[in-house]
Design a protein around this ligand. Structure first.
Ligand SMILES: [Ca+2]
Ligand SMILES: [Ca+2]
Ligand SMILES: [Ca+2]
Ligand SMILES: [Ca+2]
Length: 440
């Protein structure tokens, strides 16, 4: 108890979000919260407050976990939100890399939000907020859906007369290597901006506003963009000028991926790719008179809303539903796909089904592809991001067997996954890259 305000609830073990008198300001540093006995716990927290999360913990390279960039007891309090960290290292075992994204504790602002995540809102002398910034879970910041426009409404956070607004958005790993961000942001200097994400993941949004009196007001928050089920995304730096293809194999398939890799236009009919998995079937069977059949792994199609807003929405509309699996974007299929990630989705994968991810170098120039795996709306693995770039991925018909994903359903019916990187035969680490070898 400090100044009559309950700071800590022993029943829940959490600090409570309350309005506190300014005199109840508590230190925001880590020092008084270090618990030496927990310094090495592998718990997604920076237990010893040295700025590194789960240092010294063993992990599988490519795995992604939530992490918190602040003192442990501030996690989940006030404005604070988890970021993500990736396991880095080229061998069997890696170490957790930098925790990035999310919202860490920051100096208290007068904004109706507990910025330093100490359980008190706006513990600043003479604070009367001119706006109201959202905490995680705020109904003004609902989850987004890939390919569906998302309105960022400045007036719901700041309603001062004749204010000026400016919005910025920061995306995920693909946005750092693509020729342009995967998302679009329009009307970014207006009170309502339109954010259109093409990929799942966490986006950090900042609104900067100025009142007619010249008072500045800023909010930073995370928008979660969630696609259901399993989503696999592949991006690469030169996606305007060369062609890599993403493939996913279905349950029980053991390959090969091609009958003859000298004909890269004819992948196996059982695997999902540009040839048989997009809204319009483009692949021709040998002989060139008949298209492939749409790939069928026994999954029911999703209602049309699941893909109607995507780049091939009108074509799915003709079909009347969204196939599972489906390839949303074939980045060689036309101008709307150039420079974008390819992605393959299964909205409701089965419990215990296993899928293998593969990337083929179609045009043959050296490239460093990156693959993200999302399950139930959460990023669970990223392969090929610096410093663990995919190298030697050059030459026609070079194949990268990325990972095996086994999907599970939790008690609420949400998809969770086990993701295991594929390594060269007999190896316990490294990327499985071959040229002119179509084996599974
Ligand atoms: Ca630490
Ligand atoms: Ca830890
Ligand atoms: Ca506070
Ligand atoms: Ca505040």
């Amino acid at each position: 108890m400090r100044d009559g305000a309950s700071m800590y609830d022993p029943d829940s073990g959490r600090i409570l979000d309350v309005l506190c008198p300014a005199s109840s300001v508590v230190p925001t540093g880590c020092v008084e919260e270090v618990n030496e006995s927990t310094a090495m716990l592998c718990n997604q927290l920076d237990d010893d407050c040295d700025g590194n999360v789960d240092e010294g913990c063993v992990c599988s390279p490519g795995d992604v976990q939530p992490c918190f960039r602040g003192a442990p007891m501030r996690r989940g309090v006030g404005a604070c939100a988890d970021g993500m960290q990736r396991c880095v290292g080229g061998d069997e075992f890696g170490t957790w890399g930098e925790c990035s994204g999310g919202i860490a504790p920051s100096p208290e602002q007068c904004d109706a939000l507990d910025n330093d995540c100490n359980g008190c809102r706006d513990e600043i002398e003479a604070c009367t907020p001119i706006g109201s910034c959202p905490a995680p879970g705020d109904s003004r910041v609902p989850d987004g859906v890939p390919f569906q426009p998302y309105e960022l409404r400045g007036r719901s956070f700041f309603d001062s007369p004749t204010a000026m607004f400016y919005w910025t958005v920061t995306g995920g790993p693909c946005d750092g290597i693509l020729p342009q961000p995967s998302f679009t942001l329009t009307n970014e200097a207006s009170e309502t901006a339109i954010f259109n994400p093409k990929l799942s993941g966490d986006y950090t949004v900042t609104m900067m506003a100025t009142s007619e009196l010249g008072e500045a007001f800023t909010c930073t928050f995370v928008v979660h963009v969630r696609g259901p089920g399993l989503r696999v995304e592949m991006c690469y730096p030169h996606s305007r000028t060369q062609d890599l293809d993403l493939y996913l194999s279905g349950p029980g398939f053991m390959g090969p991926w091609f009958a003859d890799l000298s004909d890269r236009h004819r992948p196996a009919p059982e695997v999902c790719g540009w040839h048989n998995c997009s809204a319009t079937i483009r692949g021709w069977l040998p002989g060139g008179t008949e298209h492939y059949s749409r790939v069928d792994w026994g999954y029911a199609p999703s209602p049309l809303e699941a893909c109607l807003m995507g780049p091939r929405g009108s074509q799915w509309g003709t079909i009347g539903s969204c196939a599972n699996p489906r390839l949303d974007v074939d980045n060689n299929a036309g101008s709307e796909g150039r420079g974008l990630p390819e992605n393959i989705n299964i909205d409701a994968p089965g419990d215990g089904d296993t899928f293998r991810i593969m990337v083929l170098n179609f045009t043959g120039m050296d490239e460093n592809p990156l693959v993200n795996v999302y399950c139930g709306g959460r990023r669970v693995a990223t392969y090929g991001a610096a410093p663990d770039l995919v190298t030697g991925f050059d030459g026609l018909s070079t194949m990268w067997r990325v990972a095996d994903v086994t999907t599970h359903l939790d008690a609420e019916g949400n998809t969770t996954c086990d993701v295991n990187a594929v390594h060269p035969p007999g190896m316990s680490g490294g990327y499985d890259i071959t040229r002119n070898d179509a084996r599974f």
